[in-house]
Write a protein that binds this ligand. Structure first.
Ligand SMILES: [Fe+2]
Ligand SMILES: [Fe+2]
Length: 402
């Protein structure tokens, strides 16, 4: 619902539909946008307007919880508090089993596409991104039908094809995160394309450095750290690449505390897209097997990132990301109070701490047991801890059916 409100009632988490008046009278070049930056809120209050228009379908309403106007550490992002609202908005119309088949096709198509584009980049050729925008639409639709299918596939990787599959994963995570942040369709598309292309600069890095099995020397590390700038130059030569994709490519290794690279940008100098790119990129990098390091599990990766987030990531974006993939993301192996092991296959409609698991192994009998799908929100069993599949020599992907 479009609603006119007094500027003094504006708060973070609202979706600004329109600011009426001369462009010169206020500092906002965007007509409609999610108000998620405290500095923007300050500017809005200071710019002397009396009233603005908000869209309560895309953001908070005036009557909702007033705590969002507290300092940034307590700021509730422009997202829902409970995962069930993701479902409500996204209308999960099909089961994960039904969606997995088309999700696998989209995943495979994305890998072929990014491999082709990156190959052109390595040859020094410009490439078209039109197919990438079509693909991102398909990603968006799959996530809309049932987000669990594609979000289970992002873990599928092998070290050899890491750069391509990581790009596919970051694309999908960016689209899911953009949806969680309630960005509009055009922004969702830009976020996905930006994710797909963010590491294209790695094509300008010699293969022996990019895929080196051992620790990089300082000189080699300096070469790898050139990839955002090199990617930016590659993308500038391509037709119709959005400003957002250029921005994410150049700034996905920046940190909010200014300790990132290449420009050591901090805080407000970093766009929302760059902050989103940083979170999606790090999550996928640390939760993937690399030629020099084994992956951390999905839940462990989220836990580690939560412990670094002060200064490393934007807090609002990180919280939205956790709501997107869960505290126990799909693919996490859990030990339950009953002594059984189950793999997370879906996020719960009710609570991030009670996902839906596929139970398949008994630690007491040390043997496989008949498969049972259990919604932990029902309370018949509960999580004891996260387990390492390697310890039990279990193939989690096989159990998940991916
Ligand atoms: Fe990168
Ligand atoms: Fe990356």
């Amino acid at each position: 619902m479009i609603k006119k409100i007094k500027v003094e009632d504006v708060r973070l988490g609202m979706y600004i539909h329109e600011i009426r008046g001369n462009w010169l009278e206020h500092p906002f070049w965007r007509k409609s946008f999610m108000l998620d930056n405290p500095k923007d809120l300050e500017k809005l209050i200071d710019c002397g307007l009396d009233e603005i228009w908000i869209d309560t379908r895309k953001g908070l309403d005036v009557a909702a919880d007033q705590t969002v106007t507290e300092p940034q550490s307590n700021v509730k992002p422009a997202i829902d508090d409970e995962p069930q609202k993701i479902k409500k908005n996204s209308v999960s119309s099909v089961s994960i089993e039904e969606e997995l088949e088309s999700a696998k096709k989209i995943h495979s198509k994305a890998k072929t596409l990014v491999t082709g584009m990156f190959h052109e980049a390595r040859m020094g050729n410009a490439f078209e991104i039109e197919e990438a925008t079509v693909l991102v639409d398909e990603v968006n639709q799959s996530l809309q039908r049932n987000p669990n299918a594609l979000l289970s596939l992002v873990r599928l990787k092998n070290a050899d094809e890491y750069t391509y599959l990581h790009s596919v994963a970051v694309c999908m995570l960016m689209v899911a995160l953009a949806k969680q942040l309630k960005l509009d369709d055009e922004q969702i598309k830009q976020a996905g394309v930006a994710g797909l292309l963010h590491d294209v600069g790695k094509m300008a890095i010699p293969n022996e450095v990019l895929n080196k099995a051992g620790k990089l020397t300082d000189e080699e590390f300096d070469v790898v750290r050139q990839h955002p700038q090199r990617g930016f130059e590659i993308l500038k030569s391509c037709y119709q690449v959005s400003e957002s994709a250029l921005d994410v490519c150049l700034h996905h290794h920046e940190r909010v505390d200014g300790k990132g690279y290449p420009d050591k940008l901090s805080g407000d100098a970093l766009s929302l897209f760059a902050r989103m790119g940083a979170v999606c990129d790090v999550y996928d990098a640390i939760s993937s097997d690399r030629c020099y390091k084994k992956a951390w599990g999905p839940a462990e990766s989220i836990h580690k990132m939560a412990s670094w987030k002060n200064g490393h990531f934007d807090e609002t974006v990180f919280h939205a990301f956790v709501r997107t993939i869960g505290i126990y993301p799909n693919g996490t192996l859990l030990k339950l109070k009953s002594g059984r092991l189950g793999v997370v296959i879906e996020q719960s409609k009710k609570n991030l701490t009670t996902p839906i698991v596929k139970i398949f192994f008994s630690t007491r009998a040390n043997a496989h047991i008949p498969i049972e799908i259990l919604d932990l929100s029902k309370g018949t069993d509960s999580i004891v801890n996260v387990e390492d599949p390697l310890k039990w020599q279990l193939d989690i992907n096989h159990v998940q059916g991916i």
